[in-house]
Design a protein around this ligand. Structure first.
Ligand code: AMP
Length: 418
């Protein structure tokens, strides 16, 4: 086959059926995990007024300054394809007047104009949860534990949790000036991005990946060292709750996260399998965001997990064609076509996915069954028709048996290996 006339846009990908099926499986695990923790789904638009993200993710954040897809619509309104989930959820909770406290989860596509590489795309998907209206440190632990259970369920074996606290409105200004003072004296050693961040968004310098910057920051004051008594108490309680629940974590005193709205707890799930883009997901507390949107003060904590990176960190799919829960009905001559049609519909009525290829001789039908990755073929020829039996061929092993027609459904089901 020659290539298509149009390629997909840079930073996007296709999900052919096998990949789509694997992805849906991951989505099911997420929905299940969120569900058993009491979270309900919320669905919000894929684009919002541009201010929704300017106000929340932060005008100085890298995501908003460099990575959003923002465009005027035909009436001149500035719209932004959502680069992340939380701001839209907060807007929707206020607009829909949802009762608090509440637990919401979301899943869908997100868009960032970034440099595509392994684990970084322009269209990607996130799972997220938001626990709204609870200030208690147990709420932070609940969200962190939920994410870990999700990764454990999927067999992401080397997922480590990193934890930090970045303080609140009371203690952050003091920390910020201590950091700026420390860094200003070493401005010459910083990369150009960090030199610019120093004015706009000094906390972000701490997670710069540049090696020479890292050396400078090794000696810088850390957010958790200058917490006010209330923030320190909260942090101690989050750690105690995690320890009580058997969740292992590592403190990372440079973990500030890329979005401006966090306060107190920040956390990240990292995987050694992923190389440079090693963050599977993360989150934190964001107690001030509702006020930014004109709402009442509302404590909140949430997480976002990247679906594609999760799939990269999962154990590889079993080799060979993944067979589907699908029976392929095959007839040998035109005389059995009607009986085959009845069999097809009987299987479907019984709830067994079943398919046939309406064109061609048996050889072509068998090829179609293989292309469809069916689990088995149900074969009916003149002899089988006369005797009230069918042939049942297991396509994974190649074994064929003969069975009475009236027990086709349970026999086919027994061949489905999930
Ligand atoms: P963030 O919203 O930046 O905290 O990202 C949360 C998670 O979403 C990350 O840990 C990644 O797993 C995923 N993610 C973020 N940006 C991208 C991207 N451009 N491509 C793929 N996954 C991403």
């Amino acid at each position: 086959m020659s290539g298509p006339k149009h390629a997909r846009p840079k930073g996007t990908r296709d999900w052919p059926p096998e990949a789509a099926a694997r992805r849906r499986q991951v989505e099911r695990v997420f929905r299940h995990t969120a569900g058993i923790f009491g979270f309900e789904e919320i669905i919000t638009p894929t684009f919002e007024h541009a201010e929704v993200f300017l106000k929340s993710s932060g005008e100085a954040s890298d995501i908003v300054t460099k990575e959003t897809y923002t465009f005027p619509d035909r009436a001149g309104r500035q719209l932004t394809l959502r680069p992340e989930g939380t701001p839209g959820v907060v807007r929707a909770v206020l607009e829909e007047r949802l009762r608090l406290p509440c637990r919401l989860f979301y899943y869908g596509p997100y868009f960032r104009y970034c440099r595509p590489q392994q684990g970084r795309a322009r269209e990607f998907h996130q799972f997220g949860v938001e626990l709204l209206g609870e200030a208690d440190p147990e709420a932070d632990a609940e969200v962190i534990v939920l994410g870990k259970w999700f990764f454990d369920d999927l067999g992401v074996a080397d997922c480590a949790v990193q934890l930090n606290s970045i303080g609140c409105r009371e203690c952050r200004p003091g920390y910020r000036s201590a950091l700026v003072e420390f860094l200003s004296a070493r401005r010459g050693e910083l990369c150009s991005d960090c030199a610019a961040r120093l004015e706009r968004n000094p906390l972000r310098v701490l997670d710069c990946k540049n090696e020479s910057c890292q050396l400078v920051y090794a000696g810088a004051p850390k957010p958790a060292e200058l917490l006010c008594p209330e923030c320190r108490e909260h942090f101690v309680a989050v750690r105690a709750a995690l320890e009580r629940r058997g969740l292992r974590y590592a403190l990372n005193n440079r973990l500030v996260r890329g979005l401006d709205y966090y306060n107190r707890t920040t956390f990240e799930y990292v995987s050694g399998r992923l190389g440079e883009q090693n963050s599977l997901g993360g989150g934190g507390r964001y107690d001030y965001l509702f006020e930014e949107f004109g709402g009442p003060p509302t404590p909140a904590v949430g997480l976002a997990i990247g679906m594609e990176r999760t799939m990269l960190a999962m154990p590889a799919a079993p080799a060979g064609p993944g067979r589907r829960r699908l029976a392929f009905v095959i007839w040998m001559t035109e005389n059995e076509r009607a009986a085959a049609g009845e069999l097809l519909d009987q299987l479907r009525v019984d709830g067994v996915p079943a398919q046939a290829c309406f064109e061609g001789r048996p050889g072509r039908q068998f090829k179609a069954a293989d292309a469809a990755r069916a689990a088995c073929c149900v074969i009916i020829g003149p002899d089988e028709l006369a005797r009230g039996v069918v042939g049942l061929k297991d396509l994974a092993t190649g074994e064929q048996t003969e069975i009475p027609r009236n027990i086709v459904t349970p026999e086919v089901r027994a061949l489905f290996r999930d």
